[in-house]
Design a protein around this ligand. Structure first.
Ligand SMILES: Cc1cc2nc3c(=O)[nH]c(=O)nc-3n(C[C@H](O)[C@H](O)[C@H](O)COP(=O)(O)OP(=O)(O)OC[C@H]3O[C@@H](n4cnc5c(N)ncnc54)[C@H](O)[C@@H]3O)c2cc1C
Length: 448
């Protein structure tokens, strides 16, 4: 067992910010991340000469200079008693017992089931971006990218720059962007970034369609057509407005869901965000969670972009190190950016039409192939929680451990039991929070 001062889980902007601030404060720091090297979602991809690439190379050099022990390809599969951190890397499990933990496990694309979403060629916006950005692979030549929110802009730009013919289908009206003006006044760099993408999309000939959504994907072996329709203000499709587009890839992006499973299994209290319709880790000013000496930062505490994640990470890392001066400095970067993030979250919040009317034959749990109809039948028969549905249908029991279907199951429970989502019980989370080779667990003594 090793006993560093601080363990940071997640090597995205938040985790890197936390590790740097703690190390600058004289702490011994271990940073664990699942990938080849620290980057997270925003900085993923091969080294190049872009601004983002230069920034992450600089941050990695800083981690090395400050002596942060970076455990790459390392998965934290459980945290016990809020202090014992279990990591699997290089085929073995390691036990860390730090005096403070910073959780910075990030977010993932919100899964939204619709007819045809399991066809090859249909993917999330994040997956399409990863293919292009990290692997230089085009998901398709003719791509419909549908959803809502600012994340669609970089993805559409990156796909079009890589040579795809892109149609951007946005559920919100064009004026949704204008409504952001008051909050945007204090974050000029983000406004510049957004306008830069808007210009790039025009230059690259990307067609933009607002107030439309993807209704279904069609095809025999792979996706061949995207059927889109006009929507009202609640994102309900207007009858008679459907049209079909020939495509070879479809990507959808309706925002992100936070990866809170580790925090939840560790006992951290969560808070429900009405706009995102999702649960985030609750933190105070110093980014401390409800579990003493466990901090959280970045997208698991609220979706606010890479810059906010980095500065929240610095607040968390400095606070974990007891360096109040550094934490106060970092906190100054957050105010206006948090306000802008809240305005974005509200403008592009998912509306009811996104989920209503998921047809009974649509697969909800992809791992166990459980349909919306089977889940509805069980709910009508008395199943009132994700746990009961798991027992009866196996939904949520597969490799993804509910990351793909959990939010939809919550929705179906809300619909079937006529409760708001906030009142629907959550599925239980137990270690290992992600799949781990059985031989690793077999040889591990779990702390008690
Ligand atoms: C798919 C996707 C694409 C995005 N693309 C953009 C973009 O182009 N532009 C933009 O401005 N914003 C983008 N974002 C938003 C972006 O994620 C954030 O702004 C920023 O990267 C969040 O930083 P973070 O550190 O909170 O999380 P992340 O960057 O997501 O980093 C979290 C890290 O923690 C690791 N991790 C999670 N659980 C564990 C565990 N148990 N053990 C070990 N490691 C773990 C993850 O693998 C990941 O590397 C994207 C988000 C997603 C989900």
């Amino acid at each position: 067992m090793r006993e560093p001062d601080v363990v940071v889980v997640g090597g995205g902007p938040a985790g890197i910010g936390a590790a740097l601030a703690a190390a600058e404060s004289g702490q011994s720091v271990v940073l664990v991340d699942e990938h080849e090297r620290p980057a997270g979602q925003y900085f993923k991809g091969p080294d190049g000469s872009s601004k983002g690439s230069q920034r992450i190379q600089h941050l990695r050099a800083e981690l090395a200079r400050l002596g942060v022990d970076v455990v790459s390809r390392g998965l934290v599969w459980g945290i016990f008693e809020g202090r014992d951190v279990m990591v699997v890397h290089d085929g073995a499990s390691e036990h860390l017992r730090p005096s403070a933990i910073v959780l910075a496990t990030g977010a993932y694309d919100r899964p939204v089931p619709f007819a045809g979403w399991t066809l090859p060629g249909v993917m999330t916006a994040g997956a399409a971006q990863t293919l292009v950005k990290a692997y230089a692979v085009l998901p398709g030549r003719k791509v419909v990218l549908a959803g809502a929110g600012p994340f669609l802009l970089p993805v559409a730009t990156q796909l079009a720059e890589a040579g795809a013919e892109v149609m951007l289908v946005e559920a919100t009206p064009a004026r949704a962007w204008l409504g952001l003006a008051p909050a945007a006044a204090r974050v000029p760099e983000l406004v510049r970034e957004g306008l830069g993408y808007a210009r790039a999309l025009r230059r690259l000939g990307v067609t933009r369609l607002s107030r439309h959504k993807l209704v279904r994907a069609e095809g025999a072996e792979t996706v061949e057509r995207a059927v889109i329709a006009k929507v009202d203000g609640d994102w309900r499709a207007l009858p008679g407005s459907e049209r079909s587009l020939d495509v070879d890839a479809v990507a959808i992006g309706y925002g992100f869901l936070p990866s809170v499973e580790l925090a939840e299994s560790c006992g951290c209290a969560l808070r429900f965000d009405d706009d995102a319709q999702a649960w985030f880790v609750a933190v105070g000013e110093s980014m401390e969670t409800s579990v003493p000496r466990v901090y959280a930062a970045g997208e698991i505490t609220g979706i606010a972009g890479n810059v906010v994640s980095f500065w929240e990470g610095r607040v968390a890392g400095a606070s974990a190190a007891g360096n109040e001066e550094l934490a106060t400095e970092a906190r100054k970067q957050l105010g206006p950016r948090h306000r802008f993030a809240r305005a974005l979250g509200h403008a592009f919040r998912p509306r009811p039409g996104l989920w209503e009317g998921t047809a009974d034959d649509v697969v909800v749990c992809r791992c166990e192939e459980v349909t919306a109809g089977e889940i509805r039948t069980r709910i009508a028969g008395g199943c009132a929680s994700p746990k009961a549905l798991k027992d009866w249908t196996r939904a949520g029991m597969g490799l993804c451990q509910g990351r793909m279907c959990g939010s939809t199951i919550g929705r179906l429970l809300a619909e079937g039991t006529e409760k708001p989502l906030v009142e629907v019980p959550r599925g239980s989370v137990r270690p290992p929070v992600k799949p781990v080779p059985i031989h690793v667990l077999a040889g591990t003594e779990v702390p008690s």
